[in-house]
Design a binder for this molecule. Structure first.
Ligand SMILES: [Zn+2]
Length: 115
């Protein structure tokens, strides 16, 4: 469900921009999603295949996803660190949990191509 709404959002945004550029056939869409978004690539592709069916502009389009890793920055000591396990998000240097998210919550269309 989550992936379906993300893909829906993506297609609507691309269609809107494509219309403004006079593009009638979209060939590829490059989408950046942060790991924190929890969008699973295989479910995104499945949703994409389903949703593009009734939209001729996307008939030949492929969805390319770039998943950015989660990078946290400790507000106390400034260390930037990555976590595989989000149950433990303490700073590896000073052991406290006080961070800001540097990367991993992105969601944007980097580019798309068409004619
Ligand atoms: Zn720290």
């Amino acid at each position: 469900m989550h992936e379906t709404s993300l893909v829906q959002f993506t297609l609507n945004a691309v269609e809107h921009r494509a219309a403004g550029l006079g593009i009638t056939r979209v060939k590829s869409i490059q989408l950046v999603t942060g790991e924190l978004r929890g969008a699973l690539p295989n479910l995104m592709q499945a949703a994409f295949r389903t949703l593009k069916r009734n939209r001729p502009i996307f008939e030949d389009a492929v969805l390319e996803m770039k998943v950015t890793p989660v990078i946290l920055k400790c507000r106390d000591c400034g260390t930037e660190y990555q976590k595989e396990d989000f149950h433990d998000v303490r700073c590896p240097k000073c052991g406290i949990t006080n961070f800001e998210i540097i990367s991993g919550s992105e969601l944007y269309i980097e580019s798309f191509e068409g004619e």
